[in-house]
Design a protein around this ligand. Structure first.
Ligand SMILES: CC(=O)SCCNC(=O)CCNC(=O)[C@H](O)C(C)(C)COP(=O)(O)OP(=O)(O)OC[C@H]1O[C@@H](n2cnc3c(N)ncnc32)[C@H](O)[C@@H]1OP(=O)(O)O
Length: 419
C-alpha cells in the first residue's frame, strides 16, 4: 500500500527521538545504522530538538535535517548571522517525494523569521540545493605536492625566515587554537564560526566510535615577537619502497595562519620532514599561496577543484550592506526569489566608506536569481561570466562589468571547514 505525502509527518524531533533520528541519519548517509550508545549520547549533546527536523512514516524516521546558529564572514570581515544546515538525508525508500523540500521550506522560513541574513551548507551533490535559492559562494582546491620536485634545499633547517615552529599536543591546541582561528575568521571572507565542540572533536577530546581517531601532529608557528600566528595539523602514513626508499605521505587536516610569513613557513616545514616525499594539502582556497611559494610550483598537482560553501541569501539589503567595497558605484538589482523570501528590486550605493542598500522603483541594471547573487556576494564569481552563461541578465549594457567592478575582490573567499 503506497503512502500519500500527507501521511508522512514532517516536524521537529523531541529529545527521546534522538536515537531514532540518529539511526535514520546514518542510514541516509549509507553508514552502519546501529550507532553505539556512546555515539547517540554524543549526538544528543549538540542536536537542538527545535531546529532538528525529521519526517516520520508511522513511528519510523525516514528523513533528517538539522540547522544551528553560525556566523559567516562577509567581504571586509563583518560576520553575518547564518542558518547553518547539515545532516540532510532522506532514506532511499522515501526519496523524491518532496521530503527535503518540506524540511528546507520550513527551516528557511524560520531562519528568515529569526533575522538570519543567510543560510549556509556544504552540498553533498551539486544539483540538490540550487532550487532552494542557494548558490556556490566559495570553492576549494586540493594539491598533492611532490616534495623532491619542489626545489627546496633539503639541507637547510626550518623555518628559514624569522619565527619558530614547535610541535604541541591536542590539549595545547584547544587552548591556543580558538583565539588564532578567531583572528583569521575576522579577516577571512567565507570563514564560519568554530564551536568549542569543533576543537574538541578535531583534537580527539571527543571521540566517536563510528569514526576511528588517529592522533595527528600539531605544528604551531610563532612570529619573531612570540605571537602564535599559524597552526598546521597533519597525519603521516608509514610507507616505504622495496628499495628502502622512504615514501611517506603527510596529509594536512588543517592549516591556518594569520600572516603570509607563517603560512609560507608552515608549508616549508611540511615539505622538509625527513621521509615525507608527498604532502597532501587538504582544503585550500583556489588562490592559495601554496603552489607559488614552492621554488617549482609545478611540484604541486591540483587534484581537486570544486564548489564548497553554498549560501542562500535571506536578506539582500543586510547582506550587501554587511560587506565592504573597494570602489564606488551604484547598482540596481532585480533579485528573483521563487520562494518569496528575499526577492525584489534593490538599489546598492557602495564605496570604500560604506554601503547603503534599500528597495527601489528605479530601472534595474541586472536581473538575477537570488542564488546567483549568493555566488557573486563573496566576490568569488564574475557577473560577466554568469551573463555569458545566461545565468544573469543585463538590463543595461555593460551592467555585468559594473557589477564586477563593485563586487569582485582581490583575493577569493575561503571556508576552511566542513559542517
Ligand atoms: C547539507 C547536507 O547535509 S548535504 C547531504 C545531502 N544528503 C545526501 O546527499 C544523502 C543522500 N541523498 C538524500 O538523502 C536525498 O536524495 C536528498 C536529501 C538529497 C533529496 O531528498 P528528496 O526528499 O529526495 O528530495 P525532494 O523529493 O524534496 O526533491 C526535490 C527536487 O530536488 C530534486 N533532487 C533532490 N535530490 C537530488 C539530487 N541528489 N540530484 C538531483 N536532483 C535532486 C528532485 O528530483 C526534486 O526535483 P523536482 O522538484 O523537479 O521533482
Amino acid at each position: 500500500m503506497s503512502r500519500r505525502p500527507e501521511d508522512i509527518e514532517v516536524r521537529p524531533i523531541t529529545e527521546p527521538e534522538i536515537p531514532e533520528w540518529s539511526r535514520a541519519l546514518s542510514t541516509g548517509f549509507l553508514r552502519p545504522p546501529d550507532l553505539s550508545d556512546h555515539d547517540v549520547a554524543d549526538l544528543a549533546t549538540h542536536v537542538i530538538p527545535p531546529r532538528t527536523l525529521a519526517a516520520f512514516d508511522n513511528a519510523r524516521c525516514v528523513a533528517t535535517f538539522r540547522s544551528f546558529p553560525q556566523e559567516l564572514t562577509a567581504v571586509g570581515g563583518t560576520p553575518v548571522p547564518a542558518d547553518a544546515i547539515t545532516n540532510v538525508s532522506v532514506t532511499a525508500t522515501h526519496r523524491r517525494r518532496g521530503l527535503l523540500t518540506r524540511m528546507m521550506t520550513r527551516d528557511l522560513a524560520a531562519a528568515k523569521e529569526r533575522g538570519d541574513v543567510v543560510a549556509t551548507l556544504i552540498a553533498a551533490e551539486y544539483p540538490i540545493y540550487g532550487r532552494y535559492g542557494f548558490g556556490p559562494a566559495t570553492h576549494l582546491a586540493e594539491w598533492t605536492i611532490d616534495v623532491p620536485r619542489t626545489g627546496f634545499d633539503r639541507h637547510r633547517p626550518v623555518p628559514d625566515e624569522d619565527g619558530r615552529i614547535d610541535l604541541v599536543d591536542g590539549a595545547d591546541v584547544r587552548t591556543l587554537g580558538p583565539e588564532l582561528y578567531e583572528r583569521l575568521r575576522r579577516t577571512q571572507p567565507g570563514a564560519v564560526t568554530r564551536s568549542d565542540r569543533w576543537w574538541q572533536v578535531n583534537t580527539g577530546a571527543i571521540r566517536q566510535d563510528a569514526r576511528p581517531w588517529t592522533e595527528p601532529f600539531y605544528a604551531v608557528h610563532r612570529s619573531p615577537s612570540g605571537e602564535v600566528d599559524g597552526l598546521a595539523v597533519y597525519v603521516c602514513d608509514d610507507h616505504w619502497g622495496d628499495d628502502k626508499r622512504p615514501l611517506n605521505t603527510a596529509t594536512v587536516k588543517s592549516l591556518i595562519a594569520t600572516s603570509p610569513a607563517a603560512e609560507r613557513a608552515l608549508w616549508r616545514y611540511l615539505c622538509s620532514i625527513d621521509w615525507v616525499t608527498t604532502v597532501k594539502s587538504g582544503r585550500r582556497a583556489p588562490d592559495d599561496l601554496l603552489p607559488h611559494l614552492l621554488p617549482d610550483p609545478r611540484a604541486a598537482r591540483l587534484t581537486t577543484y570544486a564548489d564548497w560553501l553554498w549560501v542562500r541569501i535571506l536578506d539582500v539589503a543586510r547582506a550587501l550592506e554587511a560587506r565592504t567595497y573597494e570602489r564606488s558605484g551604484t547598482l540596481v538589482l532585480e533579485v528573483v526569489d521563487e520562494a518569496g523570501l528575499a526577492g525584489g528590486r534593490y538599489r546598492l550605493e557602495a564605496g570604500p566608506d560604506g554601503a547603503r542598500c534599500a528597495p527601489t522603483d528605479e530601472d534595474p541594471h541586472l536581473t538575477l536569481a537570488v542564488g546567483e547573487l549568493a555566488t557573486l556576494w563573496l566576490g568569488d564569481e564574475s557577473a560577466v561570466r554568469l551573463a555569458a552563461l545566461g545565468r544573469v541578465r543585463e538590463q543595461q549594457e555593460g551592467a555585468a562589468s559594473v557589477t564586477d567592478a563593485l563586487l569582485r575582490t582581490s583575493r577569493r573567499p575561503w571556508c576552511p571547514d566542513v559542517f
